[in-house]
Design a protein. Sequence first.
Length: 326
Amino acid sequence: MASANCKATTKSGEKCKLKANSSGYCHIHEPERFSESEVRQQLPKMFKVEFSGNTFSQRRGLKPISEIIQIDSMNDALRNSLWNVLSGNLFLKYSNSIYKGIIRYSGKLIDVFIEYLWVKYFKYPLDNLPGSSRASVKWLSTYFQKCQWYEVYDFIEITMNYFKSPKLVEEINFVLERELAGYRFVGGVFTDITNEQEIEMLEQAVDDKNFPAVSSHLKRSLALMSDKENPDYRNSIKESISAVESLAKAITGKPKTTLADALKVLEVSHNLHPALKNSFLILYGYTSDEGGIRHAMLTEPDLTIADAKFFLLSCTSFINYLKSKI
């Protein structure tokens, strides 16, 4: 007996004339089989799944996992991922636009930003700026792929500070964490701090608009410590100390007050335990004693980033604690 024809209906509305398999459908119309167009429709859904784990070869030890934080280098995965954040947020729609000057991000025109980069960052003649959006973005992409690792951070830093987008900051920091980079974007600069609790603590202090002087000193401390070409750890430490002193003045309302005075106020008005007050005075004795810890520390000939980081984090932690008390 001849095999029955396929039970499916073609796009033209006619019955399929191909021979059916045991399922009652031909090899083209098998229910389990996706047509090319159906596969295309499924792709966006398929790619919504976020890859977050290690690969099979990494889990089995067949491929080494880099546990060394990228501090003085940048691998292709990190570089490409950072560019993808910039491209996805800024450059992709702009390069695909046939009209110049209408694509905005965070309220600012992207073509104006590219001109800003050309003149202020690259310091090239404006006459040499590529004439189309596509050519401009291609030039930037080529530069991004070939420049030094630290120039990538320079480029992203100027971009982040231009657009001031929390979303952009979040996505960049997510990539840095995922790719084991040794930096995070905090307070307008890239810094070596890698612990997430430390970052949250710093952001809390830096972004607090109730104490602008404290925030200003902490931002300056970050900038001085994070300058990869010419770090100034001595003055970074000074700025961290100044942040504590600024908060002490805010607590007491006296412009010439010391940390000791501020702690006395807290001891009376907010039940600060005497033993805790004394321990803080010992640890932060430099805030009121130029001949003591402060002076000795700042005359050390070989201050390192570890010293600057310790002072920044300890001062920030103390600042957040004092603010919680008031």
